[in-house]
Structures are given as C-alpha cells and as structure tokens.
Write a protein that binds this ligand. Sequence first.
Ligand code: FPP
Length: 242
Amino acid sequence: MINNTPHDNMIIPTHVAFIMDGNGRWAQKRGLKRTEGHKKGSESLKQLIKDINRLGIKYATFYAFSTENWKRPDDEVSTLMRLFEDYIDELMASADKAGNSRIRFAGDRGRLSESLKSKMAECEEASKDNTGLCVTIAVNYGGKDELAHAAREIARLTNEGYLTLEKITPELIDSLLYTSGIPEVDLLIRTGGEQRLSNFLIWQSAYAELYFTDTLWPDFKNKHLILAIEEFSRRNRRFGGL
Ligand code: FPP
C-alpha cells in the first residue's frame, strides 16, 4: 500500500529538483494537443508546490523551459510562455503574494519577451523577503550555458584585476550561478521514463541522488513524491567518503 503521508523514517531532502517530462505524451495518449499536456502539467506543478511545502522541503527547482526548447513548434513555445506569465499573474494576485514562498527564476532572460521579463522581476522582488519554501523556475535554462556565463564573468573580473587565480574556487563558481545562495541539489526527480539530466543543474547536482519514474509529469502527485523521498531516505549518501 502506498503511504500518502510523511512518516518518521523519512529523511526530508533540503533541495529537490524536478525535470517535468512527459506532458506531450500525456496529451497524445488522450488524443489531445501537446499544449493541453503543458496546461495539465502546469496544474500539477501548482498542486505539487503545496505538497512540497507541507512536507517541509526548503528548496524546489523546476525545469520549465530549456535553452534547447526553442526548437519546438511556435504554438508550443508560445503556450509555454503564456503559462509562465499566467502562473506569475496568479501568484501576484494572491493576497499574500505567493504564500510565504520566495520565487526565483533561473536562466538567460535575454531571449524572453519584455512582458515575461518584467513579470519575473516583479515577482522576485515581491517575494524576496518571504521565509518559506524557495521555488526556482528554470526558464531558458541550460547548465552548460550557465557555466559558460560564470566563466565569462570570472575572465572579466580577472582582466579587471578583481580576481587572482587562487580565488577561483568552487564556492566562487557557485556564487556566479543563477542558483547562487541555494544549497546543492539533494534529490533530482525526472518523470516521463528517460534517464538523463538533459543539461539541468549539472554543477549543482554533482552529489544529488537521482530518481527516475515512468509516471508522466501531469500524473505526478504527492504519493509519487512520497515514494521518491522514501527511496531517497534509503540511499547511503557518502559524498566520496566511506
Ligand atoms: C517536458 O515534457 C516539459 C516541458 C518542456 C515543459 C514543462 C512545463 C510545464 C510543466 C508547465 C508550465 C510550467 C510553469 C512554471 C507554469 P515534454 O513536452 O517534452 O513531454 P514528452 O516527452 O512527452 O513530449
């Protein structure tokens, strides 16, 4: 029997990251357009954030749009962009501005519309002092792109004389990522059956426990999250030690 509630022998990870895969297949299986799968996936995300909060997880990061997703048909890209804007509008309309959650966005904003960019900035500003769950939505995010961006920043600071070689440490690199200030990933969950990272949080997941499930993202619910956390609780994390 699946246990739907947190229990004593569960170790709650501090930071859980999600690759929300399978929206398209969820829709196609029902004879619907792929974009309907993204709409349903967006509802799953909202419900899951409530469950994550209840479990006491402190950081949750979601892969919503990768630097490679621009290759998808125009109507799919524009539906996703609209869902991101709608989600922010909904958060901002709530009386308590996103509950007590702090909302951040990770990724290169250069290619996003002015309207989405300004909503992102407004939402980050309005929620920045919230003390609850820190939700990060990765939009136009790529791990390699993020590391290249950090490398360029290091080169610039070095050229301008602010940095010497011995100051280039993993901690410095951490501080130059979109996720600066967020602890590294403890548990990375990918739905939809594929078993790869797809350029998501490649630096931040160096010691993450990976959990793959065939469940498609729109079907991923609290009970599936509990199963993932139970599995995480059984893993023996050694971080390279004994
Ligand atoms: C991958 O499934 C999913 C995406 C590329 C988009 C993820 C977006 C959402 C869950 C909804 C909106 C999010 C927010 C923040 C409101 P896929 O389309 O590749 O599925 P497939 O592998 O079945 O084709």
